[in-house]
Design a protein. Sequence first.
Length: 317
Amino acid sequence: MTSDAIQLQAMALRERLVRENEQEEEIRKRNFYRENPLHYFSERLGIRPETIDWTLNESYKSHKWDGTPNPFMQILNAIQKNLWIGVESATGTGKTHFGALLVLWFLECWENSVVITTAPKQDQLALHIWKEIGILFPKFGRGELTQLRLRMSPGEDRWLAIGFVAGIKANEESSTKAQGFHAEHMLIILEETPGISMQVITAFENTCTSTHNIILALGNPDNQFDNLHQFCLMDGVEHVRISAYDHPNVVLDNPSFIPGACTKTGIERIENRFGKGSGITLSRTRGLSPSQGDNSLIRPEWCLKAVERADTAKDIA
């Protein structure tokens, strides 16, 4: 064998070893990020950890939680346990941004995974979670991003994130489409869940046949009878409530800590406009589901009392 041939063989061997080392490193990182999503957000997407894990901020040592303690970390813990999660949130807490982070984390950490996001209206999809995905995409730097679709392998739909509309008036075609998604690793994110058709939600529930098929339902609650609250009450669903009173901008008294998020001033405006104890104020500032909508003509307690009277009359008879 000539010296040139030996040199070429050595170069080919070095290149193969480099590729193998790179593949091993990629697998090692992927496995690490699966177990440590906060590190993924920070290292891959440039997110400050203290904006997700709020307890990293010193002021939380003495903070009395109004909603679920450290809610975003609670959601991450539930996802890692393969639980379904229902999130009732105040306005402006960062749940949409967080949802976009989850899309990219899940998609990259599980090969051939499928992530579905849905919302009641087209503009809600485009202007909320998919807008956030577009902002994060340059740092993500993988795959092919088009309108409401992110393919990890350009031109192929076996490993992707996709968004589609599924409002209260969604037709049978939407529920059939929802039922058609299947993958070993699948994350379904429902945005503005009170406005999503129960037919579509049920279709998603039925399509989750694998252990690692997770549903995350997000939204601002309307009342205790809306689809979000009913999902939160299901057996096996982790219920998380995000209150604006627990947000870093409010706890740290720094409206610029997370720009554009809720603030003390914003809370006061809602209270002044709608009244401190009104249903919409409880929903939009504390993520609490009011017993009824503020415009309801028939109060739920009237119905319950009517049922009680009917049962009493039946017993007497």
